[in-house]
Design a binder for this molecule. Structure first.
Ligand SMILES: [Zn+2]
Length: 208
């Protein structure tokens, strides 16, 4: 869909490695733009009216019968409700199996010297805290623009992202949601091309 940036009601530039959160009302459209390409955008959705209702990776992949997030995916909550629908996707690959990076997992995967690198879990803790939530409210997330092919054998590995500069994914909210994002700071695997970069977030009102 070709919407004009000028008609957006919100336009956020999220720096490399930073968190972001914002509300998207029912019927509004949110577009996440991978400004420079190959940037994982770790994302969790919460029902705006009840934060205990939140994104469920398991229910989403089971309901659609497919492992990846893409055009047509209905984002399902832990209560079985449709939270958003993916209506556009120019990059073609989004993961919801590989989770978010943390300082702790970095030390296990990449060595103790990575202990002090910033991680998605830190971003999530900071951002959900603004809304009265804490660690227990952080659940398995969507990784927009992250490429984790699942082999016929069942093996899966994070490999180079497919997204090009300016690629985007667009979702229409089916209920009022809080969107919480970590613009992934990971530099030890290819999820960000070993170089975290900024993203841009646009929101259009109902009918725009
Ligand atoms: Zn990360």
């Amino acid at each position: 869909m070709t919407r004009s940036f000028e008609t957006a009601i919100a336009d956020h530039h999220v720096p490399a490695e930073a968190p972001w959160s914002g509300f998207v009302r029912k019927g509004q459209t949110i577009r996440l733009i991978d400004s420079e390409g190959q940037q994982a955008v770790d994302t969790i959705f919460y029902s705006a009216g009840n934060f205990a209702e939140r994104y469920s990776a398991q229910d989403t992949v089971r309901t659609q019968g497919a492992a990846y997030i893409g055009t047509g995916t209905k984002v399902i909550s832990n209560e079985g409700n449709v939270m958003l629908t993916v209506v556009a996707d120019t990059s073609g690959r989004h993961d919801t199996a590989a989770g978010a990076c943390s300082c702790e997992s970095n030390t296990v995967r990449f060595g103790h010297e990575t202990r002090y690198l910033h991680a998605c879990r830190d971003n999530f803790v900071l951002e959900v805290g603004k809304h009265g939530m804490g660690k227990r409210d952080i659940v398995p997330n969507i990784n927009f623009f992250m490429n984790v092919p699942i082999e016929p054998s069942g093996e899966m590995t994070i490999v180079d992202g497919l997204s090009k500069p300016g690629d985007y994914v667009e979702l229409v909210a089916e209920m009022d949601v809080l969107c919480v994002i970590s613009n992934c700071p990971q530099i030890n695997n290819p999820c960000n091309g070993f170089n975290p970069t900024p993203i841009r977030i646009l929101i259009w009102d109902v009918g725009a």
